[in-house]
Design a protein around this ligand. Structure first.
Ligand code: DGY
Length: 321
């Protein structure tokens, strides 16, 4: 009997897929840092039983209607705004993602961004490396304290909770906003539920961890930034499309807020001539929230295990419900 066919849309080292080769026929795109061209993806999907996708691959009606053998799409991310779930249902394709395994790592990155933006780490590093350091000075690179400040977490899911745990270690006052109240998290993490408006108005750090949906699209707009403290630091580790970037640029330029730490952007990759990148009160990263070797390995394994389960007639391990 022939093995189920899997197409992986980015190049992965052999060692990550070796264990699956006995049961699966694995093909993959030849480049790691370059997305598979749409035409190639459509061609490969045409006879695939499973797709291992990443967030830049659009899994939509066109692709699904041209992939009659497809049973499962495993997305190497917890976010899945690149997948049309209705179309998956229509074509009887199971969609799976990689929750849990990346929560702590993504929270580490979120907190690193928060600290880097608050203490001006990137600017200060450049100062030394560009040989500009002349003398110690009383307010030289003075940033903002982190300890004992108020953090406002927007989206109290698994990553939001992991951020709150870190904030507790810094003696921060923790408040959050979420679609629904999380009473268990409130008790465990000493977090206070507040309205979105109150969170914006009273937080020293506003950290967004919400998925990108119709409801969260552009939720950080001009009105939202206007409500924030002029000393507020905005951190985005969710999706760029939850922010109106022109409004953020305006807020950062006019002093409506103090700084921003951004791992995600409306258009990725963002270019160096984008106004957000040109500001010295932003720290900009290339969407590396879950990028530790350990976690990326776990994400690959979870994708492959989801694929193996579905093509073997079992339930997916982490289906997107
Ligand atoms: C996710 O998992 O959704 C991240 O954004 C990818 O690292």
């Amino acid at each position: 009997m022939s093995k189920p066919k899997v197409y992986i849309t980015r190049k992965l080292e052999e060692k990550y897929v070796k264990a699956y080769q006995e049961q699966l026929e694995i093909r993959m795109w030849e480049k790691e840092e370059e997305p598979v061209p749409r035409e190639t993806l459509l061609k490969e999907a045409a006879d695939a039983n499973a797709l291992f996708a990443v967030l830049s691959d659009s899994i939509d009606e066109e692709l699904l209607s041209k992939a009659p053998q497809l049973k499962v799409v495993a997305n190497m991310a917890v976010g899945y705004d690149n997948i049309d779930l209705e179309a998956c249902e229509k074509h009887d394709v199971i969609a799976a993602n990689t929750p849990d395994v990346l929560s702590e790592t993504t929270a580490d990155l979120g907190f690193s961004l928060l600290m880097a933006a608050a203490r001006r780490i990137v600017e200060a590093d450049a100062w030394v490396k560009e040989d500009k350091w002349q003398a110690w000075a009383p307010f030289f690179f003075a940033g903002s304290d982190i300890h004992a400040k108020t953090i406002g977490i927007v989206g109290m899911g698994r990553i939001g909770e992991a951020i709150a745990k870190r904030a507790a270690g810094f003696d921060m006052n923790i408040q959050y906003h979420n679609r629904s109240r999380k009473k268990d998290a409130e008790e465990r993490l000493q977090a206070t539920y507040v309205s979105f408006e109150e969170l914006l108005e009273t937080s020293d750090f506003v950290v967004t961890v919400v998925p990108h949906t119709k409801e969260t699209d552009k939720m950080f707009n001009r009105a939202a930034f206007e409500k924030m403290k002029s000393s507020a630091i905005f951190i985005n580790i969710s999706r760029g499309k939850v922010v109106v970037e022109d409004a953020l640029v305006h807020a950062l330029k006019t002093g409506e807020i103090q700084a921003a730490g951004l791992d995600v952007f409306e258009e990725e990759p963002i270019r160096a001539d984008h106004p957000l990148v040109g500001l010295n009160n932003t720290v900009c990263l290339p969407h590396i929230g879950s990028a530790s070797v350990e976690t990326r390995k776990r994400m690959v394994e979870l994708c492959m295990d989801n694929i193996l389960a579905v093509v073997s007639g079992e339930e997916a391990i982490t289906p997107i419900s």
